[in-house]
Each structure stands twice: as C-alpha cells, then as structure tokens.
Design a protein around this ligand. Sequence first.
Ligand code: BGC
Length: 754
Amino acid sequence: MNTGKQLLDIDELWCIKEDRFSGETTKHYEGLFTQGNGYMHVRGSFEEGLEGAAQDEEYLRMPANVTLEKPRHPESKWGTFIPGVVGKHPLLKEEIINLPYFLSMNLVIAGEKLDMKLSNVKEYRRWLDLRNGCLYRTFIWETKAGLSLRLTYMRFISMSHEHLCLQQLGIEALSGQGVVDIACGIDAGVRTNGYNHFREVLTAEPETGCISAETLTDGGDRILMLSSVKASQNILWSRQQKDQNVFFWGSKLLKAGDCLEVQKAVSVVTGRDNEAGELLERGLKYLRAFGAEGREKLYENHAKVWTEKWKYSDIKITGDFEAQLALRTSIYHLIRSNCENDPRVAICAKGYAGEAYFGRYFWDTEINMLPFFIHSNPKAARNLIMFRYNTLEGARKNAGAYGYQGARYAWESSVSGEEQCPCWQYADHEIHITADIVYALCHYVNGTGDLEFIWNHGIDIMVETARYWVERVDINKNGYYELLGVMGPDEYLPMTRNNAFTNRMVKFSLDKTVEYLEAVRKQDANKYRDIEKRLALTPEDMARFKDVGEKLKIPFDANTLIIPQSDDFQDYADLDFDTIWKDRTRPFGHFISQERNYRSKALKQADVLQLIMLYPGDFTREQLSASYDYYEPITTHDSSLSASVYGITAAWLGRLEEAGKFLKKVMETDMSIEKKGAAEGIHIANCGGLWQMIVYGFAGLKSAMWCSEIRLEPHLPEKWEKLEFTLAWHGKWYKAAITQEKYEIFEMQDQLEA
Ligand code: BGC
C-alpha cells in the first residue's frame, strides 16, 4: 500500500487533523473533511456509518431562518452532491438532492461490526491532506474475538477523472486470528432534509462484474453509480443486496502478521452530464480506467491537478501557523466546490458540503467568493458569471412574477434561476442581489480585461436588470427616486427605506449600463446595433436608465460622518445588548424574538461597512472610521459574511488588534472544534471572506474594480514575518511578497489560460 510514505508525511501546514474520535464532533468533521472535484462532492463520513445515525429518517423540514434553525441529525449526516441535481421539496421548493452514499465499506468479525462508537478503537487519527484532497484514517481495532487489526483508510475524488472516486483500505493483523467479512457498496438509504427524492432506485449486477445503483430523481435526472473492488489477496467476492444497499461481499481469514489491501472504485455519471452516450456505457468507460491505469497512476494524475491548482492559488503566511492552515482549508474548499467546467451551476452557500441551504446560490458567490477566482482562476470566475447569464431567463420570470419588466435575480437561486427562497422577507425584499451581479461582472471584466464578455453576455444582464430597476423605484415629491421596502445585507431589518448599500449598488448598475452602451455606440456602431436588436433596446430605455441612475437617492446625513444604513435607520429602537445577549458564544438571534429584532437597531451583519468596502473611493477615512465605530457595537455578526468585512476595514484603518480579533472569528467559523462550525456544511462565503481579509485587508490590495495596476498598502499583523501570494491580473500572473519592512511584486513567466 503506497500510503506508507504518505502516512508519515503529515505536514502540519497542509493537513487538517482529528486526533481522537468523539460522537460530539463527528458531524463537524464530516463537513470539514468534505472532498470533491467540482463535479461531485462527498462529506467526510465514515465508510461504515455510525451506530444510531439513521440516514433515511423521513420528516418535514419547515421554512425558517436557517441561521437560527436547530438542525436534525445530531451526530452524522451523509452528503453526496452533484451540483445541478435538484428536486422539489414539498415545503422548501427546489433543493439539491443528497444522493446514494457510494463510499460504504463495512467490516464484521465474528458478528461484531466495526463502528467508531461501539468498537474498541485505539491510536485513532484522521486527516485531510489539503495538497491533494486525500482523506486518511488509521486506528487499531481490538475485536471481541481477540483479533487485533490496524486499519488504514484512504480515499480521494479524482481531480483528473471527474467521474471517479477511489478508496483504499489496508488491514494489518497485529495479533490473534479470525475471519474478516468485508462489504463494499452503494447505499441508497439516504434522504434530503427528511424527504425522499428518489422515484426509483434500480440495483443491478451488470455483465462486467461490477455492482450498480441507478437512481431516478423527482427532478427527472438519472444518476448511475458503478463500483468494482480489488484485493491484494484472493477473495471470492459475491454481489449482494439488502434493502437499498447493493454491495460486494467477501471474507478472509487473517492471522497475526497478515496484510490485506482492498481497493474500491466508483464511477458516477448522470443524464445531465455534457456528454453523449448511454449511462452504462459511460459509467463503465470511467470504471475501466481503474482496471487499466490502476490506482497508483490515477492517484498520480489526480495529485498533479491539485498541485497545479495550488501553484496559482496558495498563499503562504510565515509566522502564523493557525492562519496558514485555516487559509489553506478555505482555499481548498473554494477550489473543490467550484464546478470549473460547468457554467450551468455556481457555488452553493454550504459549498456542497451540507443540506442546510438546500444547495442554493446567493450573493455570496459574487461578493465573497468571486475575487478569489478572479485572481487565481479567471476562467472559473468567468464561468461563475456565465451561470448568471445562463439563468437570465429565470430572472426574467422572477421579474414577471412580481409584475415588473426585465430581470430580477433570485435571492436564493437554483439551477433555473427562479426564486427558491421560501421565506417572504428575503425573497421579496432582499433585492440587492440583482445589482450585486452587475457589480461582480464589472469586477471580473476590470480584473481580467475581458471586455468582450460585456458585449457578448454581460450587457444582456445589465440591460434586463436595469429594466427591472426603473420599475422598482418610486419617485418622491422632490423628484428623486427611492427604493422602498428593502432589506439590505443586514437581514435583521426586513423593510427599510433606501438602504444605502442597495441604492449605491443599483446606481452603479444603472450608471455602468449607460456608460457601456454609450461607449459601444461611439466605438462600434455595428456592435451597438446588434445589441440594440438582441435586447430590443430603445432610446427611451437608455434615457430612463440614465435618469434613474442620476436621481436615485443615496442616504447621507450632512450632520455626521456616519453613513446611514437607511433613511429610516435612526427610527428603530435602541437595544441594551448586555441585558438581552446573555451568552455571546451563541447567535444574538436566539435571545430575541424576530418581531422585536425587526424593529430594533441590531444588525445581523456588515451593511454600511460592506458598502464602504466595495466602494472605498466614495468615502473618506473619517467616514469609514466613524461608521466602523458606530456600527460595530450593534452588529451581532450572526451571519458568517460579516466578520471578514469588519476585519478588512479594521486593517485599512490600521487597527490591527481589532483586525486580529476578526481574523480569529473568521478562522473559527469552520475550523473551531468547540463550535462545530462545519457540521451543516462549509461556510464557503466566509472562506472567500478569509481570502479577502488576507489579500484586501492585510496585504491591502486595491480592488481591481477600481484600480488598473496592482497596488498594495500592507498592514501585516505583528507576528507575521512574510506573506506571499500569486495574482492573476489582466491576463498575466504576478507574485507578491510582503514583509514587515517592504513588499515586492514581480511578473511570472507562466502563461495564463484564456
Ligand atoms: C446571510 C446572507 C447570506 C446567506 C447565505 C444568511 O445568513 O444573512 O447574507 O447570503 O446566509 O450564506
């Protein structure tokens, strides 16, 4: 087994570890250890499952505020997700479907089933190697029958063959003797949020000697999983089935000194893959790679892709081990959850590592994650925006459903682009998402120089959303336009008057639309005519976009440096936080009714600070400082999108102690074992937030949105000796190296893929 060397090679700066098993934290590690390759993702559950943690329990999850919901499944929840494979939930609209669990491997010795909770297990250790996305587990199992075994598991979801997952189990008999029964299979006894999305599960034993589970979902997709096994010693495998579990079964007598290695391969294909051919034929083709190339070669190819990814996305922090590991964990999950080859999907709020947010897409993608991709993988950034272009039709339907022209992007989008949010407050009022998308596409274009993207795709989004905005505004008695009944990024105020963030975003969106259209009209009459024709654009449209952009009210108070969150913000009630928020380790929202929260000055997350962060040129340092001091004490950070924004702006203000406090909070979001933060999935927006904290905050990179050259204004935490990262910028690769004394930026010779 070639994991020998790898077992010794636990590089503390690259591996996240679990040193002891505890039922209390299993679910957290399942989220944290999620593996994937863009195409498919599997939570880091044990191969053998966990006693008492049923995966096929049926119940109704009700629409609720996800941040404050009490999740089911306290100990373990399997999760196998293929972005784009969704089905209808009776109460929650469309959700991603948790597919059959294909990692299943069970061991039984003299009637005793291996289980981390029940078995006598010693020297337990599990770790995820971020360099190559391989998950390892090793421990000694002392069985009741007297046979003692060292078991070593290793698995990876191939980055080079996206339909393939490989697993390996090494068994070394340390003392005693006995027969080990081994079952390796695919288990379809899985429900999503308590709901059964499988219309049919067909299990079969195809001619070729593998096992198969084919699922027909209620979303109309067919998913085929095929699996085969190999062992280092002769084992007679039989193909069996129990309930919805199909598996290979074999047994072997082992005595002290014996070693056995079992390898399992799984290929996964679906009817929605961009590939012609029958499912079975395609699934077999991928599975054959296991037979033909062998596990070693497949591992090598897989690891090579990861190495290449890290070459352009790693950030090295010298002098802060914790920050280094947390940052690499975040980058790992960003790389993994990005479906690089499929612009029909984006990155869901839990990074395909949990069911909590139903696999839906939020503004998290555009505002929190996109900068990482613009500067480490521009092609992926383009695809993420293409997802919004591809879902423009859904956005048009949303606008129509609300009685407007044009396009209105969903607060919670699924693959169709249609609104999926079951809670009216967010669905109806959190409208900034529509403008955030335009901001993001301009950010992509400014960071890459890919102006063609605007003419071929972006302008469609811009014009269609502009048509929505000019109808969504109201005109006031002074002749200014207003946006009434708006929820800004701060979700604890559901219906405000002129939210500063939203209005500024909308103004940007309208102004940019006019600016681009005027530019193309002057520079390229043919192109302009094409656009005019394609979008049925009229001079009246243009005039209206311009008028609303120019006269849209932006909340401002001449008597103070503090930027008002909304025109009516001061009308809300003040709260005595110390009396209400008894335990600050828990979200504030748990200590107050929604009704009271909605009429009080308690922010869920950065709102004005998010605005200043995205439009730094609009504000003076004094305004930033005053707004920070005013809003920070009344911001609860109940949303994981908040702390990084405060951290970045604290760093800009040179308040390094505060920035350090926020850095810790951001890192703990998924890493903290005490908080079990990753249990319901990865807070992938926070992962993007962490990248931004380091690059925009501590390195002080000026956003490509506003700056055409690379400019840094570093504020490194005291203990950091050096910070180094790679940046894609306008079609070229650069390296930045920052120490406490100086910084350097130099161009790399590497070619950037267009
Ligand atoms: C936050 C939103 C965010 C969503 C998904 C909510 O708790 O308030 O800003 O988009 O989670 O991450």
